[in-house]
Design a protein around this ligand. Structure first.
Ligand code: AGP
Length: 605
């Protein structure tokens, strides 16, 4: 939920930390702060609001010097966004400063205990207990004090700590929150994710739960939960800084929308050999399963709704899709004959991780579909398929979603082949259609200027509806979420056939209804629903297949997308809706890449 970073070396830490925080800002942006260790004191700067406010403060503070420091950009969970609640937090004796991503569930208990010893707390945060407890535990050995401290913590954390008495040393620890160490020459780093480090180093080490890192300019040492030194492997990052920058686009979201053909290609091509889907990562006996559960949050759940349709259709096995925040508390009926597919772009979503653990405890096998390599979900799953979408920075997912859908489709075709529920002809036809998706996605992107015109026509609707049936309904869910999360307009997705059971009461003259009409098996039915809303004065923007002429007499405006297999429709149909959300938000002056109240990676419940 928050972004943390740290640096120790021979350069001034301030500018490096601020650069890292700018890249991490998508993880949270209601306040930010940095602390540096200089001589034998800790200096701190904090600002409410975006990292740019902190940069202004930094530029106005020329004596903010020091070559070892930590930084944080916050998405508030405990306490309002304010300078006081912003990280880093300092111990009462001023000797230690900490940044933290995660939640300390037993903070109230620890806080009460420390208050009894006369320790005064300044903030409302859960994080402050970490640094106060650390200072309390400190008897001259920095690492021992941290190990003793984290042994008391319940919940999740990725933390970085500096000490006034230990120049050049940063200690970092993780439990259920991402943390990566960057290896340089004479300088080393840590961060919540690679984007913060990639301009400085491409050599990283992923920390695992329970581990502590002792970072100095010369070396990084790792310890397990018992304090034993351990060896860790360096991973070389293959993508470069341009992947983490806007490359001339005004927003990351637009860049990521435009990157979809390449992202789809990268996800598909390595997995197709001689017209067969090859999933080397899966050594699964599909015949062992009698049902599949798909679980995820937000857009990843919407991808799961599409996946449910594709897998059921091709594999003829019952499939359920459910949001992880519900599944985790529902005591679901499942056993060793259940395959659970968890989907997550970040691989760090707390509800998804909890649902996955719940399913595992019931004996289910877990297959994860994840974008971020080495993320918690990727590590926890029995099997993992990566969507090779590259880094996704905009809070609203786009290429993350389409690559999830295509990977689910590839899994479905592969599984149907294993289970012998698909004919050879249908198998080859699906593989060919999957292979053509990048080119069709590019053609859907060619609608860019037409979608912009539509957004300029309809941007001032205060409330709108997305309707569709079957696959079109699954896309409606995602199209509606995309619009509301970045433009703050009220929007609802409805199964077109359900409108008449209540929601149609909200249709009034001028209301915009976006009608999704690519699932041609049910096109006549959707057209009837279009007629029903038109009869009540709604304006209709339809998304339909190229060549569908009938729709032009029914809808006010039409966006025509390339024809594809009915099961693959969502990959193409969502593209104009992503662009529509983008241009409506732009026209309404919204902060597209960092919509209010949201964060990219939701690591809290
Ligand atoms: C999508 O645009 C979202 N901001 C959000 O719904 C997201 O899909 C959800 O939080 C799940 O994230 P994950 O894929 O990283 O698990």
């Amino acid at each position: 939920m928050c972004g943390i970073t740290g640096y120790t070396g021979f350069n001034q830490a301030g500018p490096i930390l601020l650069e890292g925080l700018k890249r991490l800002e998508y993880r949270g942006y209601d306040s930010a702060g940095i602390a540096v260790q200089d001589e034998s004191e800790i200096k701190m700067l904090k600002a409410t609001g975006k990292v740019s406010h902190l940069v202004e403060k930094f530029e106005a503070t020329p004596d903010f010097t020091g070559v070892c420091g930590i930084g944080h950009t916050r998405w508030a969970t405990h306490g309002i966004p304010s300078d006081t609640n912003a990280h880093p937090h300092l111990s009462a004796d001023g000797k230690f400063a900490v940044v933290h991503n995660g939640i300390i569930e037993n903070f109230a208990e620890i806080r009460a205990e420390l208050q009894k010893y006369g320790i005064e707390f300044k903030s409302e945060t859960d994080t402050e207990v970490i640094v106060q407890l650390l200072a309390y535990n400190y008897k001259g050995n920095f690492k021992m004090a941290l190990m003793k401290t984290i042994a008391r913590l319940e919940g999740s954390y990725a933390i970085g700590v500096i000490s006034a008495d230990h120049p050049g040393t940063i200690l970092a620890a993780r439990l259920s929150s991402p943390l990566i160490i960057g290896i340089g020459i004479g300088e080393n780093y840590f961060a919540s994710d690679i984007t913060a480090l990639v301009s400085n180093t491409k050599n990283v080490i992923d920390m695992d739960d329970g581990e502590v890192a002792e970072i100095t300019p010369e070396e990084v040492k790792f310890y397990d939960h018992a304090g034993r030194e351990i060896n860790k492997e360096i991973r070389h990052i293959t993508w470069d800084i341009a992947s983490a920058e806007k490359s001339g686009y005004e927003h990351f979201m637009l860049k990521e929308i435009m990157e979809q053909p390449q992202a789809l290609k990268a996800t598909i091509e390595p997995r197709v050999k001689d017209e067969s889907i090859v999933l080397d990562e899966l050594n699964l006996d599909m015949k062992k399963f009698n049902r599949i559960h798909i679980t995820a949050c937000g857009s990843a759940y919407h991808a799961g709704c599409v996946g449910r349709g594709i897998i059921e259709s091709l594999c003829r096995i019952p499939v359920e899709a459910e949001v992880a925040s519900e599944l985790r508390y529902r005591d679901p009926i499942m056993d060793e004959k259940t395959l659970v597919i968890v989907i997550s772009q970040s691989g760090e979503t707390a509800d998804t991780i909890a649902a996955m653990k719940e399913c595992r405890s019931k004996g289910a096998t877990i297959l994860a579909i994840v974008n971020v390599v080495g993320s918690s979900i990727a590590k926890l799953a029995d099997y993992c398929l990566y969507t090779w979408a590259g880094p996704e920075i905009a809070v609203a997912t786009t290429k993350g979603y389409t690559t999830q859908v295509v990977l689910l489709a590839m899994f479905a075709v592969w599984a149907a082949g294993e289970m012998k529920t698909i004919s050879q002809g249908a198998y080859i036809s699906m593989v060919k259609d999957i292979m053509r998706l990048p080119e069709r996605a590019q053609r859907a992107l060619d609608l860019n200027s037409r979608v912009k015109t539509m957004a300029e026509k309809y941007f001032d609707n205060s409330s709108l509806f997305f309707i569709g049936r079957n696959m079109d309904y699954a896309v409606a869910l995602e199209g509606s979420l995309k619009l509301k999360e970045i433009s703050y307009l009220h929007s609802e997705a409805y199964a077109a056939g359900e409108l008449k059971h209540g929601t149609i009461a909200l249709i009034e003259p001028g209301r915009l209804v976006v009608a999704l009409c690519c699932y041609e098996k049910l096109l006549d039915k959707t057209i009837s629903n279009i007629q029903q809303v038109k009869a009540r004065g709604a304006r209709v923007l339809a998304v339909a297949h190229e060549g569908n002429r009938a729709i032009f007499t029914e809808a006010d405006d039409v966006l025509s997308v390339p024809v594809t297999d009915p099961l693959l429709v969502p990959v193409i149909e969502i593209i104009p809706l992503q662009l529509f959300a983008y241009y409506v938000a732009k026209k309404n002056g919204c902060d597209i890449d960092k919509p209010k109240n949201l964060a990219k990676s939701v690591t809290v419940e």
